[in-house]
Ligand binder design. Structure first.
Ligand code: PHE
Length: 459
């Protein structure tokens, strides 16, 4: 089997569409608003912004740099930096980068499936004339149904495989060129609608008036974990997309662009949701049910126009999710096809199929298998179902560990001359600040997120 040759993005703009597509996802539109609501609004938003600047941007630059410099997918990229004994150890990091995105894909594609299910059901009017408590019941019926979840999860993985199988130009680029502009248009329409009909001023105060007394170590760590996930860090997605960049493109500029767009979308998602939620008086609208339980009630109260906006909203979520799942499948597919193991289309099909099987177990974690606690004999894992264990290891442990180690790798292991050259800013002040952050602050800061993820030190 001949190894597939390494391709490049058509332009820096297509890269941005794809990388922002990876970053913008369920994390921004589903999770960000509800954890803002659960954690004191403005205080959380403020800390989140600070973390994106201090940790997020430097790490985005680091991952883009490794991919671009090696011109290879994550595992091969990390392996290519040397063959000494120390580098053999670093290979473990490469493997972790290869596997983490697939772990995330298993539960992410189940939730992506919910969004498709909701888009279709809103469109055909299943949420019309909701009685009290019915919205929550519909959501719980979905969670209780293995068949419905497996069906929609299969659709979401199927779409992902079909896109990734077509390759960089006719798969990834084509899809983000359609989905990302559509996503922005829908989001803007929703924000405009919400701010005209809902309580915009209250949302503004809620999101931007920090109550400093709410800032606790726990909030800081939560914001850090959210920023990490939202920026697709530690998962191979950014690294593999970086590997398709040509040498003339500025890494710092791309990193800043991705961070700004991702954060902007998260904030806009808040402005699409909070004004209408506030003005419809659904006060305790927080938790994972904010989008899947509360919003259908609000849309229902708005009549036929609500139905239209409801369909748009769930399509928005679905598009955001698909542009993220393709970046979760891509690292392994690129690795397999560029090593000449399989043709790209087969690599996509086999990898997709293998993790679809794991996805089935995830979809059954909230129903048939809800009492299966894989690591229940260990205190920390007591009561965690299959989905929670997979999510814990991929998103709380290895994803964060990757971020910490990659900073150490760049800051302490690879040649400084190479780093200087890739960043293309000479020894400027910006370079020096970045390098100091990557050497000291980022590894130490991320270590805390990691320890908290495992031992729950902040309580
Ligand atoms: N950043 C995506 C989101 O916010 C999730 C994701 C994580 C995608 C890691 C790719 C890699 O939903």
């Amino acid at each position: 089997m001949q190894a597939a040759k390494h391709e490049h993005w058509t332009s820096s703009f297509t890269f941005l569409l794809a990388a922002v597509g990876s970053a913008v996802g369920l994390g921004n539109i589903w999770r960000f608003p509800y954890i803002v609501a659960e954690n004191g609004g403005g205080a959380f938003v403020l800390i989140y912004l600070v973390i994106v600047v201090i940790f997020g941007i430097p790490l985005l630059m680091s991952e883009l740099m490794i991919g671009r410099s090696a011109q290879k997918p994550p595992l091969s990229a990390i392996q290519s930096f040397g063959t000494t004994r120390a580098h053999k150890l670093w290979q473990a990091l490469g493997w972790s980068y290869l596997l983490v995105p697939l772990g995330i894909l298993t539960f992410y594609s189940v939730v992506a499936g919910w969004t498709l299910d909701y888009a279709v059901n809103t469109a055909i009017g299943s949420f019309n004339n909701l009685q009290d408590g019915e919205s929550a019941k519909i959501f719980h019926t979905l969670l209780a149904s293995p068949g419905e979840q497996i069906f929609w999860m299969t659709v979401s993985i199927g779409i992902t495989v079909a896109i990734v199988a077509r390759g960089l130009k006719s798969g990834l680029e084509k899809s983000v060129e359609i989905l990302m502009p559509a996503l922005f248009v829908i989001l803007i329409v929703l924000v405009l609608y919400a701010s005209f009909t809902g309580d915009f001023m209250r949302s503004l105060r809620f999101m931007f008036e920090p109550d400093f007394s709410k800032i606790t170590p726990k909030l800081v760590l939560l914001a850090a974990g959210q920023a990490f996930f939202s920026l697709s860090l530690g998962s191979g997605a950014i690294m593999v997309y970086g590997s398709y960049l040509t040498k003339d493109i500025s890494i710092p500029k791309m990193a800043v662009g991705v961070a700004i767009a991702d954060t902007f979308v998260a904030l806009l998602a808040g402005f699409a949701i909070f004004p209408i939620v506030f003005s419809f008086g659904v006060e305790n609208a927080s938790g994972p049910g904010l989008v899947f339980v509360t919003l259908p009630i609000v849309f229902n109260d708005m009549g036929w126009i609500g139905q239209i906006f409801g369909v748009l909203f769930f399509l928005l979520l679905a598009f955001a999710a698909i542009t993220s799942t393709i970046s979760l499948l891509e690292p392994m597919v690129a690795e397999l096809s560029e090593r000449g193991k399989f043709k790209r289309a087969r690599a996509a099909l086999y990898t997709g199929a293998a993790f679809w099987v794991v996805g089935i177990f995830v979809a059954m974690s909230s129903n048939i298998l809800k009492d299966v606690h894989p690591l229940g004999f260990i205190g920390r894992f007591h009561g965690m179902n299959i989905e929670q264990v997979i999510e814990f290891f991929s998103a709380n442990v290895f994803m964060v560990l990757n971020g910490m180690l990659v900073a150490i790798f760049i800051g302490w292991s690879i040649k400084r001359s190479l780093t200087l050259e890739e960043m293309g800013m000479g020894g400027s002040v910006v370079f020096k600040i970045w390098f100091l952050l990557v050497r000291f602050l980022v590894p130490i800061g991320v270590l805390f997120i990691f320890l908290d993820g495992i031992f729950n030190i902040s309580g």
